[in-house]
Design a protein around this ligand. Structure first.
Ligand code: HMG
Length: 443
């Protein structure tokens, strides 16, 4: 039986690895060797990785691919994509070329504000807070003056402070809701620091006010919201419907089927979840490559997809007067300074590859990546089916699992050039080629 360990975090990396491998693996020596083989050979680079998180033992590699030919607002980009799933990068690249031939992508940043809250309870008459909100707001702004000075110099800062009565949702619950402009940073630290100062200021205001009672006030949390419906970007493509024609399908037919696919994602949450998952393939890959927080982006996008009360498609489509227009509108709170942006050598390169965009430009590029990904998936789904292209890209994974030689890979890839390479069929063909028995299912 495994024993718990106390003080693990205080051990050296070597001692942690020793404990980990000795207590969790059948072959500790081989495991240690494997973990060490994933260390960077430059110690300073490895030290950076060690310091990103806690208890780092090794590095977990993720492929860093690129998708060229993205024409966005008339400018050509190559997108960096960090993702483990086959066919995502190929799909992005295919969509990029497809839309480059039809005028490219357009983007528009609709808004850029982020939101944070001081969540508090007041178990008494809170009306003095509302009646004298101007005085409270003045005090809150004064309390954060020093913290916001640099951001204001960059053109950002606090844009609005509101007192919100949430007692209809939860007894005694109120919020100070604060909107922030955080320029090129994602702004999490900036927002949270300001909210913590504001909470202290709220407590002081309450204590000093003759009609309020500090004992009835409880500040519960001071935290940014990862839901950013005031930080919205839109990316779109548009072309004559007739330009959508491809082998065997008229433009009209393709556009109609494509729109149907989006209608279904709007009507059916089961489909919307998969539809939006495909969009996130494109978004997350770019978010990870550029050192941003994909959990925050995921959370925001999924909440936004539910804003009508039902989980729906993040992409939209119209066919009007012979024109096909297809767009995505999503909340994206991104940074190009702070966080990993200067620390991770590949993030630095990813941003350089994109021409060192500011946060707004990056919002547009990321939205385009999501739209392109959704286009490729829907295009495949409403025509050939997804498995043809996906399995074609996945074939190498199967062959690597089978430990195929380079020569065998060529022969198998050639055989499946015009067929969908379903897993079982690849295994069968490969075993016949090698002259070995086909393994039993589950064996
Ligand atoms: P294809 O037409 O067989 O590819 O498409 P091709 O060999 O004719 O090449 C055409 C272009 O595709 C290339 O142009 C590349 O841009 C790209 P070129 O570079 O030759 O000028 N491309 C590649 N790029 C890099 N490496 C490659 C490569 N192959 C093609 N090896 C493709 C094949 C997979 C692109 C197509 O079938 C496709 O787009 N399929 C959709 C795949 C997809 O959406 N994958 C996402 C994962 S599935 C999923 O999780 C989401 C989903 O469930 C979401 C939903 O349901 O909505 C589907």
């Amino acid at each position: 039986m495994k024993e718990p360990i106390k003080g693990f975090s205080k051990l050296s990396k070597a001692a942690k690895l020793e404990w980990l491998t000795q207590n969790n693996f059948e072959n500790p020596e081989a495991t240690l060797e494997l973990f060490q083989s994933y260390w960077h050979n430059d110690e300073t680079v490895q030290k950076k990785h060690d310091d990103f998180i806690e208890n780092t033992m090794t590095n977990y590699y993720m492929p860093f691919g690129v998708a060229p030919n993205f024409q966005i607002n008339g400018k050509l980009y190559t997108l960096p994509m960090a993702i483990e799933e086959s066919s995502v990068v190929a799909a992005a690249a295919k969509s990029a070329s497809y839309w480059m031939a039809r005028g490219g992508f357009k983007t528009e940043v609709v808004s850029t504000e982020k939101i944070g809250h001081v969540h508090f309870m007041y178990e008494g008459d809170a009306s003095p807070l509302f009646n004298e909100f101007n005085a409270l707001e003045e005090q809150l702004r004064a309390a954060t003056k020093e913290l916001t000075a640099n951001m204001e110099a960059r053109g950002g800062g606090i844009t609005a402070i509101t007192l919100v009565d949430k007692t209809a949702d939860l007894d005694h619950y109120y919020q100070i809701e604060v909107c922030f402009e955080t320029c090129d940073s994602m702004g999490a630290n900036f927002i949270n620091s300001n909210l913590e100062e504001m909470a202290k200021s709220l407590e002081a205001f309450t204590a000093a006010h003759q009609d309020l009672n500090e004992d009835k006030l409880e500040v519960v949390m001071r935290i940014l919201s990862n839901y950013t419906p005031k930080c919205i970007v839109r990316a779109s493509v548009s072309c004559p419907v007739s330009d959508l024609a491809s082998e065997g399908t008229t433009g009209e037919d393709f556009a109609r089927k494509f729109k149907r696919a989006i209608d279904i994602a709007n009507a059916e949450p089961y489909r919307a979840t998969t539809h939006n998952k495909g969009i996130m393939n494109g978004i997350d890959a770019l978010i990870i490559a550029t050192g941003n927080d994909f959990r925050a982006v995921e959370a925001a996008c999924h909440t936004y997809a539910s804003k009508s009360g039902q989980y729906r498609s993040l992409t939209h489509c119209s066919i009007e007067n012979g024109t096909f227009t297809y767009w995505i509108e999503i909340p994206l709170a991104l940074g190009v300074v702070g966080g990993l942006t200067k620390l991770h050598p590949l993030v630095v390169k990813a941003l350089e590859m994109l021409g060192k965009p500011n946060a707004e430009e990056l919002m547009g590029i990321v939205a385009v990546s999501g739209l392109a990904q959704n286009f490729a998936a829907l295009r495949a789904l409403v025509t050939t089916g997804i498995q043809k292209g996906h399995m074609k890209m996945h074939l190498m994974n199967i062959l690597n699992q089978l430990e195929a030689t380079p020569e065998e890979k060529v022969i198998v890839a050639n055989y499946f050039k015009d067929k969908v390479p379903h897993h079982r069929e690849v295994v069968n063909y490969f075993c016949n080629l090698r002259g070995v028995p086909v393994p039993k299912v589950g064996g």
